[in-house]
Structure formats: structure tokens, C-alpha cells
Design a protein around this ligand. Structure first.
Ligand code: GUN
Length: 284
């Protein structure tokens, strides 16, 4: 079997077109544009690229972008004070703090300070907790984007065996919750998992988010499985590759996401979608 490609770039472009329409409709009604604040601390090169894309694409769909770039010497107190200001700012619907933060700043303290109603990344314990009891409010962007891609395959997910590789708060854990909420049977694998290969071989859906180039060999993939590769890894020659060996996995899977052009563009489109959702709900 040769897999069909789940074209995240194309689906993300469709989402952005829909968002432009939704923003236009608001503005025509005399409502203000949705506002998204993006906070970057330090100079992590990958984070700089992501943050620039987030700000640029926000503006393209008509969202007002408030960019805050702080030096990596910024103290946790100064960052928390900025969050408090953004929480109080009426023009700001969504607040995003790009991760990872420098080591001297405690992620959880910062993420928990964001008002849950403005938590456009869905990382606040309130929003994570709601997802865990299948009463979702703001849903983390990458897993929500993956669910949109899975819907595009038209394959029912109920009762399927899903294996999520990686248990991070950004990808693995909320991904497992999303898949459980549609009644897939989910196995979460992580660094202490024994016999990962046997688990992947049983999976109808594989979601890999570990950040190790070509970590999952294609011959582990069950015939006809859906393969979602969340990894974006840069190789020494400058090229990008995922966590799954694409060339061999595409010969086994029914659907597969490419890297680049798969999950990456969906994460940003979903972020913008969350920001527009917040603004619309406020004015509803
Ligand atoms: N770092 C890597 N992915 C993400 C994400 O989705 N949101 C934030 N805030 N930081 C990230």
C-alpha cells in the first residue's frame, strides 16, 4: 500500500481562508479585530522562527498581533507582570508564551498565570482538566490540529487502537485525551515504555512526537495505519525530517503526514482558530 498524503499545508490554508471570513464578518459588524499576544523570552532560533510565523499569519487573517520579545535574562517576576498586564488588556483575546522558557523560569507558574479564558494554547490546568473530562474549552493547538487532519481522512476513529509516542504536555498528553474523547483506545508511550515496537505494530493510528529523527522505522507500521508525525527535526545537512521514517512508512500506511508541510502548519492555523473562537465567544 502507498499512503495518501495528509497535506497539512493545504488544510491550514483552507482554515486561514475561513478565519479571514470570520474576522471580516466581525469587523463589518463594527466589532474589533481579535487580538493575539505572543511572548518570546530569549533567542532560541527555532522559537524565533515559530513566533515570527505566528505573528505574520495572525496579521494575514486579520488578527491584531501584539508581539513581546524579551531578553533571556528576564526574571520570572517581570514575565508574570507582563502576563498580568495582558490579562487585563481588553484588546488581547489570546495570550501565548512560547516554550521552552529559559531554565531559570518555571513554565508551570507562568502558564498558570494566564487567564484561562485567554489561554489560546490550552495549556492552563483549567483547560487541560476540561479536556480530560471531555468538556473541552480551549484545546492545545497541535492535538486539535491533528484531530482536524484525522477528520479529513473520513476514517471513523471510534474503537481504533491509537499509539501516542511521547507524553509531553504540549503534544502527547492532550493528544491522548483528544483521541480518548472520540473513543479510540489509546496507549501513551514514553521513555520508560517497554517494547515500543510491539505496541506500534498493533496501532491503527500512530502519533509520534518525540523529537528524534526517524525514531520509528517504517516496517513497524501496521498495514493501512494512519501515521501522524509531529516531529520536526533538523539534520546536519540542514534538511528537515520527522520522527517516523517517511520513505518506508508511506509504503505501509493508508494516510501519512509529511515533514515539513504536515502537522506544523496545522498547529499555527489552529492557534489562529483558537484566537478567533475566543473573540467570538466574548461578543456572543
Ligand atoms: N513550543 C513548541 N510548540 C509550542 C506550542 O504549541 N505553543 C507554545 N506556546 N510553545 C511551543
Amino acid at each position: 500500500m502507498t499512503a495518501q498524503i495528509l497535506d497539512g499545508k493545504a488544510i491550514a490554508a483552507e482554515i486561514r481562508e475561513e478565519l479571514k471570513e470570520r474576522v471580516n464578518t466581525r469587523v463589518k459588524k463594527g466589532l474589533r479585530k481579535p487580538g493575539l499576544a505572543v511572548v518570546l523570552v530569549g533567542e532560541n532560533p527555532a522559537s524565533q522562527v515559530y513566533v515570527n510565523s505566528k505573528c505574520k499569519q495572525s496579521v494575514e487573517v486579520g488578527i491584531e498581533s501584539f508581539s513581546h520579545k524579551l531578553p533571556d535574562t528576564t526574571s520570572q517576576d517581570v514575565l508574570i507582570t507582563l502576563i498580568d498586564e495582558l490579562n487585563a488588556d481588553e484588546r488581547v483575546d489570546g495570550i501565548l508564551v512560547q516554550l521552552p522558557l529559559p531554565d531559570h523560569i518555571e513554565d508551570e507558574a507562568v502558564l498558570e498565570r494566564i487567564a484561562p479564558a485567554k489561554d489560546v494554547d490550552g495549556f492552563h490546568p483549567y483547560n487541560m482538566g476540561r479536556l480530560a473530562i471531555n468538556m473541552p474549552t480551549l484545546r492545545p493547538c497541535t492535538p486539535r490540529g491533528v484531530m482536524t487532519m484525522l477528520e479529513k481522512t473520513g476514517i471513523p476513529l471510534r474503537g481504533k487502537n491509537a499509539v501516542v509516542i511521547g507524553a509531553s504536555k504540549i503534544v502527547g498528553m492532550p493528544m491522548a485525551l483528544e483521541l480518548t474523547n472520540v473513543r479510540a483506545t489509546v496507549t501513551i508511550c514514553h521513555s520508560a515504555t517497554q517494547d515500543l515496537e510491539a505496541k506500534v505494530r498493533e496501532a491503527d493510528i500512530v502519533v509520534a512526537g518525540v523529537g528524534i529523527p526517524n525514531f520509528v522505522p517504517g516496517d513497524w507500521i501496521k498495514d493501512g495505519a494512519i501515521v501522524i508525525d509531529v516531529g520536526i527535526n533538523r539534520l546536519d545537512d540542514g534538511s528537515l525530517c520527522g520522527d517516523v521514517d517517511f520513505a518506508t512508512a508511506k509504503e505501509k500506511a493508508s494516510w501519512i503526514t509529511p515533514v515539513p508541510g504536515g502537522v506544523g502548519p496545522m498547529t499555527i492555523a489552529t492557534l489562529l482558530n483558537n484566537a478567533v473562537d475566543i473573540a467570538e465567544q466574548k461578543d456572543a
